[in-house]
Design a protein around this ligand. Structure first.
Ligand code: A3P
Length: 340
């Protein structure tokens, strides 16, 4: 049965994904893809812990469950003019960039001070869908039915993006890898996925963390941002923390929706920065309850410390030197560095 998309014609900017009142939801759920069972079983694998198997697909380590969805994504995803893609390694500021971009793009429909702003009642992950997950779960029709402009997110490497996204605006955010590892360990721990810190550390050093290797992940978007700066914006979590309002303005310019003089007068960039700040976000209703995804990650678990340098509380100086040396060696000659 054909699916009826909700009437969102009066809204400007992306619509909060969870606000779409999907009719015929039963009919639109397709069986999770098995069209690639042969491909998946032939890929190198790495058992990394209870219930977690990684597969190496085109040089990237992915959760085994993601690969079939990715094959379907490559076969069937069609981009549209105006699509905006957010991309990041896990635990690098994904939640924040989702909130900032959603609030910036949707500001005509939802001024940041509006009491009914979707970010006041929904977790940012409920506002911006996770592209490959929809294909993994057999919910790809939702992406098709999402009104334009679609705002989506991916953890995929640049090399694994569907070709048709090449002309879309992409915003990538990454983070100093030692802090990223610490954040990941806490996150898994809170969801009851019990890896020791040294296991997470070793996997990342070997490039065998989900969506690893880390260095290939960042280098793909880094190179693309150099070749196509109008199409790929490369952001760093640490710089965003120093100047969140500057980041909001940069996002708006990059997405061709710069703030007008009137909006600046009304302090909209500041309002957006404030609404999306970690202290405000963690106190909002949609973030205090609820959970997300296969491992039922609590919405609250996306808001921990939000600082730079927490790795000192978890890593020995020796571990830190080793990680720095690996990353420095892998990034050498690219112009990208995390150690200076
Ligand atoms: P820590 O665990 O170091 O505190 P992701 O969103 O990619 O899962 O990343 C999560 C990390 O971003 C966590 O880092 C979290 O605290 C931090 N974070 C979440 N929301 C944030 C915000 N609004 N501002 C700054 N940092 C934020």
């Amino acid at each position: 049965m054909a699916m009826t998309a909700p009437d969102t014609s009066c809204l400007v900017g992306p619509v909060a994904f969870k606000d779409l009142n999907w009719k015929d939801e039963g009919e639109m759920v397709i069986t999770p893809p098995d069209e690639s069972a042969d491909i998946v079983s032939s890929l190198p694998s790495n058992i990394t812990g209870p219930n977690i198997q990684l597969r190496q697909y085109q040089g990237v380590w992915l959760l085994g469950t993601v690969v079939p969805g990715l094959v379907s994504l490559h076969r069937r995803f069609r981009s549209r003019p105006g699509d905006v893609l957010l991309a990041s390694p896990a635990k690098s500021g994904t939640t924040w960039i989702k909130a900032l971009t959603f609030a910036t793009m949707a500001r005509s429909s939802y001024p940041p001070s509006a009491p009914d702003h979707p970010l006041r009642r929904l977790n940012p992950h409920e506002c911006v869908p996770y592209m490959e997950d929809l294909f993994v779960d057999g919910h790809e029709a939702k992406l098709e039915a999402l009104p334009s402009p679609r705002l989506m997110h991916t953890h995929l490497h640049y090399s694994l993006l569907p070709r048709s996204l090449a002309n879309c605006k992409t915003v990538f955010v990454c983070r100093e890898p030692k802090d990223m590892i610490v954040s990941l360990w806490h996150y898994l721990h809170r969801a009851g996925v019990n890896f020791s810190f040294s296991e997470v550390f070793e996997l990342t050093c070997d490039g065998k963390n989900p969506n690893g290797p880390f260095w290939d992940h960042v280098l793909g978007y880094w190179s693309a941002s150099k070749v196509r700066p109008e199409g790929v914006l490369f952001l760093r979590y640490e710089k965003m923390l120093v100047d969140p309002v500057g980041t909001v303005r940069e996002l708006a310019r990059f997405l061709d929706v710069p703030f007008s003089a009137a909006e600046e007068m009304a302090e909209l960039p500041m309002e957006i920065g404030k609404l999306c700040s970690i202290d405000i976000m963690r106190g909002l209703q949609g973030n205090k309850t609820g959970s997300i995804g296969q491992f039922k990650f609590a919405h609250q678990s996306f808001f921990r410390k939000g600082v730079v340098g927490d790795w000192v509380n978890h890593m020995t100086p020796e571990m830190a030197r080793r990680m720095d040396a690996i990353v420095e060696e892998k990034l050498r000659g690219s112009g990208l560095t995390f150690t200076s």
